[in-house]
Design a protein around this ligand. Sequence first.
Ligand code: G1P
Length: 292
Amino acid sequence: MKQIKKAVIPAAGFGTRFLPATKATPKEMLPIVDTPTIQYIVEEALASGIEELLIISGHGKRAIEDHFDSAPTLESVLEKKGKFDLLEKVRSTADINIYYIRQRYMRGLGDAILCAKAFMGDDPFAILLGDDVVYHPQRPALRQLIDIYEQTGGASVLGCQIVPDEKVSSYGIVSGDMTDNERLMRVNDMVEKPSIEDAPSRMAVLGRYIVTPTIFPLLEQTKPGKGGEIQLTDALRVLASQEPVFAYNFEGERYDLGDKLGFLRATVEFALRRDDLGDPFRDYLRELIPKL
Ligand code: G1P
């Protein structure tokens, strides 16, 4: 069984739900408190044992590359001013081994993942979607999936959680048979963004995947599906009919950054968890509550 050392982060989308903020700024660079959302994703990948990261970039996304690059002028100014804590923060994002490729046309998530084919070669790999940020104090969501990958002897694993009825039409929904592990399901079918009537369960895929390289020929054969886009879900469905695919109900607080309310929740809760901001921000919220 090969180890999971490579990951891909698709980041080519327009981010239309956050216009006008995303007109000239990649949505992945919008901050939760003071840190771009994509940095949380990259840090989760590294904390899970990933060593080589590929970001699927696109038009107007250069700020992402600049963010994960050195910044010599800024670094020397911070050094001269003795702002070593900030210097450390600026440098920390420059040390990571990140590769980039551009998705030239927006043909959907499946097509974006197909851009990773040459980079992944014959290796199984992880996929992390930037709209899903997961907080877990000890075990990053991706690490949990990699552990399951290893326990199952190298099967594909989809990171899932149960969502409420009104949310099933926003996600890929899986169905299958539960295993001895009450968090682990063997997938036998899945459907992209079904109506509530058509949803086979409430188990939604939430932006974390481990897949075998068999996914690439399947993606190449996948025709446009929901929304006229090449859907990763459609290729995974075929994969599940050919080899074992598991859905793991991962632990952790997950925030939907594709949604404005989800973004606000993330901002408030990440701020509350911060050593430097938590207490004064909590005091402010207490003052605010009676005025609501
Ligand atoms: C994508 C996937 C969907 C998955 C979701 C998780 O949809 O197509 O299956 O459940 O991410 O966030 P998107 O939100 O990019 O439309």
